[in-house]
Ligand binder design. Structure first.
Ligand code: FAD
Length: 557
């Protein structure tokens, strides 16, 4: 068993309590994960607690792109474009199995936001600022070339398109791979562990937290020199608990994505297009599906359960009909969906949209609670480096202990030991061949290598060794192998952890979830020795997630 095993929860809590840590991170989204990894590589004793599953907040609900920062060009934030472009290359290099280049088309129509000249100048400037690789530099397409690449595009008024590269990712898998690497480097991380209170020294500085294990309801007191609040949309709740929610506060907005089968939305080419109201929307092909998003509406509901409403769905359907008029998609064509919350930072004295920043920001309270919010998946590594720099500088001043500089720039994340971006293709070819020797089809082997990268050997072995058990449980052997791997190496505790965040099936293969959920839940109940009450509750949680993803499953006539 590893320290990422769900069979080890109790031991993990005891280890977290046993000694005073250097740093405790609250929040297991990409921000907390990145901080844990950076701190662990510098030799800091680090713990991370997450109240839901890892990445169950915003970090599994994004557009799933490692952006090149093109959008910052519009606001002339040139340094930002350069920094983001640089980070994108690093994220790709350190985890090519979770990050894939994807050519994106930016069509321009008569009267739209962009024209050929502005697009050409913008993309050229972007290539140079972001130091985009030669093979990935922008190309300008004529109307005919654009239509050849994507015949579904609106023809009326089409003048041409810009063509540039974005990087696709799986946000939840990126997060778990970063956490796994942090654990490998000595961090202790645990999910379903909710911080309910802070503990303070007599001088008012924060010295620890009260944590409840939401599986057993046991409560623990954890102590650390530094406490970091990396709770995304919940940042203000924790600041409130600390009595420091003053000055700038969060403004939360909701973004929704819809998923369609390629049968009804056979998109060949990723498109970044103007909606009728002038907002920019992505339509992205992914395996056998096409997904489209996002909306941007102010949100004040339950932070843990943002859902797609009929209005959100209809807004995106209107945008799709506008840009892809030959399709005439309807609500009944929507297979799945997800909704995420943007933790944007509003200015001190108001929340007017123009004043809301999409950049990350840090708040250090008088109790020295360090809060960080507003970052992106793309910039997670750099943001973590800066936060840990702040922490080690404080420790240097207070305790005269020196820690090294960040080592994450050239550090593959878990699964990323595949020879970098250049070596990944060769690695893939070799491993697919090996997978065939384990009786896997080419597609299955390819899927496993692109999901698990250099951890795929463990998957192959599990699938081979536990074939008979899979048969007995009547679960597809590959899915069963993924489940065992999830339980032993990826902190899977509930069926929703597995189906939503470890294998992405709720969004991109919802029928498979519906077919396999009962058997998977039955197996997990035995393996993790759940009570009947737990089984009912985890099962209901997944059923609710399926219903929410389908928006209104009984509403189509
Ligand atoms: P979260 O992922 O929300 O993590 C915070 C965690 O803290 C949660 O898991 C929560 O359960 C936990 N927590 C809260 N309270 C407690 C407590 N008391 N105790 C313990 N744990 C607690 N960025 C990109 O780079 N590319 C994109 O394509 C992109 N698209 C986006 C699309 C949408 C619709 C949205 C909403 C965002 C998008 N982003 C994108 C931004 C990016 O997804 C987020 O900035 C990022 O995921 C935030 O991560 P986080 O770790 O800060 O927050």
């Amino acid at each position: 068993m590893t320290h990422c095993s769900s069979y080890h929860r109790k031991a993990l809590f005891h280890q977290l309590c046993a000694e005073k840590m250097d740093v405790l991170v609250i929040g297991g989204g990409i921000t907390g994960a990145g901080i844990a990894l950076d701190a662990a590589t510098r030799g800091l004793k680090i713990g991370l607690v997450e109240m839901q599953d890892f990445s169950a907040g915003t970090s599994s609900r994004s557009t799933k792109l490692i952006h090149g920062g093109l959008r910052y060009l519009k606001q002339l934030e040139l340094k930002m474009v350069a920094d983001v472009g640089n980070e994108r290359a690093i994220v790709y290099e350190n985890g090519p199995h979770v990050t894939t280049p994807e050519w994106m088309m930016l069509p321009f129509h008569r009267g739209g936001t962009f024209g050929p000249l502005t697009t050409n100048i913008g993309l050229r400037l972007y290539d140079s600022l972001a130091r985009v690789k030669k093979a990935e530099r922008r190309v300008m397409l004529s109307r005919e070339e654009a239509l050849q690449k994507e015949p579904l595009l609106k023809r009326d008024g089409l003048k041409g398109a810009g063509y540039y590269v974005e990087y696709k990712t799986d946000d939840a898998r990126l997060t778990i791979e970063v956490i796994k690497k942090a654990v490998q480097k000595g961090a202790r991380a645990v999910n379903y562990a909710k911080v309910t209170d802070f503990i303070y020294h007599a001088n008012g500085s924060v010295s620890g937290v009260v944590v409840t294990d939401l599986v057993t309801n046991e409560t623990y007191r954890l102590f650390a020199k530094k406490i970091i609040n990396a709770t995304g949309p919940w940042v203000d709740e924790l600041r409130q608990m600390d009595g420091s929610n003053r000055g700038k506060t969060l403004h939360v907005t909701k973004g929704v994505h819809l998923v369609f089968s390629k049968r009804v939305f056979p998109l060949r080419q990723a498109i970044y297009f103007d909606a009728p109201d002038g907002r920019m929307i992505f339509a992205i092909p992914r395996a056998y599906k096409t997904y489209v998003g996002t909306t941007d509406t102010t949100y004040d509901g339950d932070l843990a359960h943002p859902t797609t409403t009929v209005e959100d769905r209809d807004y995106l359907l209107r945008a799709i009909r506008y840009m892809f008029p030959s399709l005439s998609l309807t609500a009944a064509d929507v297979e799945s969906s997800w909704a995420g919350l943007r933790p944007l930072i509003a200015s001190k004295d108001g929340t007017k949209r123009g004043e809301i920043s999409r950049k990350d920001e840090r708040f250090v309270s008088t109790s020295n609670l360090i809060s960080i919010a507003g970052g992106k998946l793309t910039g997670y590594r750099k943001m973590a480096e800066e936060v840990v720099d702040l922490v080690v500088n404080q420790i240097k001043k207070e305790d005269h202990i020196l820690y090294s500089v960040s080592e994450t720039k050239h550090l593959p994340i878990s699964g990323g030991d595949v020879g970098g971006s250049k070596g990944f293709q060769t690695y893939m070819t070799e491993k697919v061949e090996e997978g065939k020797a384990f009786d896997l089809s080419e597609d299955e082997a390819h899927h496993l290598v692109s999901t698990y990268g250099s951890n795929v050997d463990t998957l192959f072995q599990i699938i081979q060794q536990r074939k008979e058990e899979a048969q007995k449980e009547q679960i597809d052997p590959v899915l069963f192998g993924q489940l065992i791997y999830g339980l032993e190496y990826e902190f899977v505790y509930t069926p929703a952890d597995f189906f939503i965040r470890r294998i992405g099936a709720l969004f991109f293969d919802i029928d498979r979830v519906k077919k396999q959920m009962t058997r998977v839940t039955d197996y997990m109940a035995k393996a993790l020795e759940w009570t009947d009450e737990q089984k009912d509750s985890y099962s209901a949680q997944l059923i609710q997630a399926v219903q929410e993803a389908e928006i209104e499953p009984n509403g189509y006539v």
